[in-house]
Design a protein around this ligand. Structure first.
Ligand code: ZN
Ligand code: ZN
Length: 247
């Protein structure tokens, strides 16, 4: 049982960490810089931990910039206000994501400017045999370590880990929670202390200060990812920009 719990927690937190650290704060918002070598390392680590539900970094970056520019309007790639429900929003997000991933989407150049790209690697990571391979690995792990079949109910979460984390923020953090700032969109902070989503839950703060690498604003809003970012900056893995707090 312990093996399954650990496996789930590692998958949850590492998949989430690379999405918030690499896809979100680095690729989309450029809150810090890193060398091309480290960029490749984080591409590969994101793939290992997102596995079957790997999210393309370039496509995510472009789509996420559109979200900020058009938040909660008709042009927002994933607004709860323009979807029939959570799954409809996820389906629409997937559709536009795929168009960007396969270069079938024409958008303003500013959304693609400076977004990291490693096309050959991402085509490989997106391959169905690779995705299914990861899925089979999760199934094999559960077959080996799950005490009974009830635990297998967690498997769909493993298959969908990346988009699941995206949907939690994109849906719930535009609907539920509190606001520190009156902004034009409907973003909210999901919880006062966000260990669950590694700081992504302070979504209202993030919509207010889009370039700020620390998502917490109030004293209790601890941002675990910001803590790791500071360590990476100390170790010179990344270089934090001396940007003022600005959107
Ligand atoms: Zn953002
Ligand atoms: Zn948002």
């Amino acid at each position: 049982m312990l093996a399954i719990i650990l496996f789930f927690l590692i998958h949850w937190y590492f998949s989430l960490f690379f999405q918030t650290f690499f896809h979100h704060r680095y690729a989309a918002h450029k809150m810090f810089t890193m060398s091309p070598g480290w960029e490749k390392v984080f591409f590969v680590l994101s793939w290992i931990f997102q596995g079957s539900s790997y999210i393309g970094v370039r496509a995510y970056g472009v789509m996420h910039r559109m979200h900020h520019a058009y938040a909660d309007t008709e042009d927002d790639p994933h607004s709860p206000d323009f979807a029939e429900g959570l799954f409809d929003m996820m389906f629409k997000t997937k559709k536009i994501y795929s168009k960007i991933f396969f270069n079938r989407f024409v958008t303003d150049e500013k959304f693609a400017k400076g977004v990291p790209s490693w096309e050959r690697f991402e085509r490989f990571a997106d391959g169905w045999f690779v995705r299914v391979g990861w899925g089979l690995f999760y199934v094999a792990f559960y077959a080996a370590f799950a005490p009974n079949l009830w635990w297998w109910l967690l498997l769909p979460l493993h298959f969908m880990m990346g988009p699941l984390h995206g949907a939690i923020i994109n849906w719930f953090a535009h609907r539920i929670g509190y606001r520190n700032f009156e902004v034009t969109d409907k973003s909210r902070n999901l919880m006062p202390v966000d260990i669950f989503m590694m700081g992504e839950g302070y979504h209202n703060n993030h919509h207010k200060f889009g370039a700020r690498p620390n998502f917490g604003v109030k004293w209790h809003e601890l941002d675990p990812t910001w803590f790791v970012i500071k360590i990476f900056n100390r170790l010179n893995i990344i270089q934090l920009k001396k940007t003022p707090i600005a959107a």
